[in-house]
Design a protein around this ligand. Structure first.
Ligand code: GDP
Length: 297
């Protein structure tokens, strides 16, 4: 399961803390050094770890932890609170245009991250919220991407707009907007092409789509299993095209935790959803507090 190794290490640190009646400043520092190691081994971004440990230490040593009734518990509580803060504190939802205006969402990410699957998963979520959604197949490069979206759209009972792979993605997106308006849709989700690595051509194409249609939300899909790479990808996408939120996929695997704990802190953008499996129902709202509880055990 995800975070197993990190959870186990943190729990050991906490067990030591709890077993002490009184805590000296050195006890806290030693414990936090172990927390730091555990986070680094979980592939959390180095700068994020450094700031996290500093923040916890300042609070733990600065306040009345030492004279508190149960100092160990107090430190654990501070670690928990800072971890929730790291992931953004509040749950963030996808934003929509007011009233009946069409909200255009563009899905971006590297190939294999789970973009096409997540597009269909989100369409299902929006359907249960009563939003009429259209999906647009703008991944014209990956063989079978269009068909995959069509199959998944059908499973979700959501229409898919496709024009084959001979047209430019920006033109398909424009035509999809017209179609969505004609059909009185509330939301249009554009599935775009990914590459194996971030490259200029991909970014240019995404910028072109953004310029062609009025994209309201750009959502990046990243694979949690790739750890710090996912964080670097998020930074690059945010710098080049601007993102509004992130979906972290494959959190059902044995990911170490680095991406979940670093993305918000590094990019300033919230994690909206967590992908928890291959099935179209396996998408969960991201709750920073629940995620911290899961990590801390
Ligand atoms: P794309 O290239 O980004 O569009 O990626 P796909 O949507 O085709 O997904 C790539 C693979 O990852 C597929 O086999 C998906 O079933 C799988 N996948 C997507 N999201 C998740 C997830 O949250 N958990 C797991 N275990 N697999 C996922």
């Amino acid at each position: 399961m995800a975070f197993d190794s990190l959870s186990e290490k943190l729990q050991n640190v906490f067990k030591n803390l709890r077993s002490k009646g009184r805590l000296t400043e050195d006890d806290v520092k030693t414990a936090l050094k172990e927390v730091k190691m555990a986070l680094l081994e979980a592939d959390v971004n180095f700068r994020v770890v450094k700031k996290f440990v500093k923040d916890v230490q300042e609070r733990a040593i600065g306040q009345d932890v030492m004279s508190g009734l149960n100092p160990g518990q107090m430190v654990i509580k501070i670690v928990n609170e800072e971890m929730v803060k790291l992931m953004g504190s509040e749950t963030t939802e996808i934003a929509f245009r007011p009233g009946k205006e069409l909200t255009v969402i563009m899905m971006v990410g590297l190939q294999g991250a789970g973009k096409t699957t997540t597009t269909a998963k989100i369409a299902g979520k929006l359907k249960t919220k009563g939003k009429k959604t259209l999906l647009a197949a703008c991944d014209v490069y990956r063989p079978a991407a269009i068909e995959q979206l069509q199959i998944n759209g059908e499973k979700q009972g959501v229409e898919v707009f496709a024009m084959g792979n001979k047209n430019k993605p920006a033109d398909i997106a424009k035509a999809a907007v017209e179609h969505a308006k004609k059909e009185d849709c509330n939301v249009l989700i554009i599935d775009t092409a990914g590459r194996l690595h971030v490259d200029e051509e991909m970014m240019d194409e995404l910028v072109e789509i953004k310029e062609a249609v009025d994209v309201f939300q750009t959502i990046l899909v990243v694979d949690a299993m790739t750890g710090q790479d996912a964080v670097n990808v998020a930074s690059t996408f945010n710098d080049k095209i601007g993102i509004d939120g992130v979906v972290l996929t494959k959190l059902d695997g044995d990911t170490r935790g680095g991406a979940a704990l670093s993305i918000r802190a590094v990019t300033g953008k919230p994690i909206l959803y967590a992908g928890m499996g291959e099935k179209l129902s396996d998408l969960e709202q991201f709750y920073p507090d629940r995620m911290a509880s899961r990590i801390l055990g």
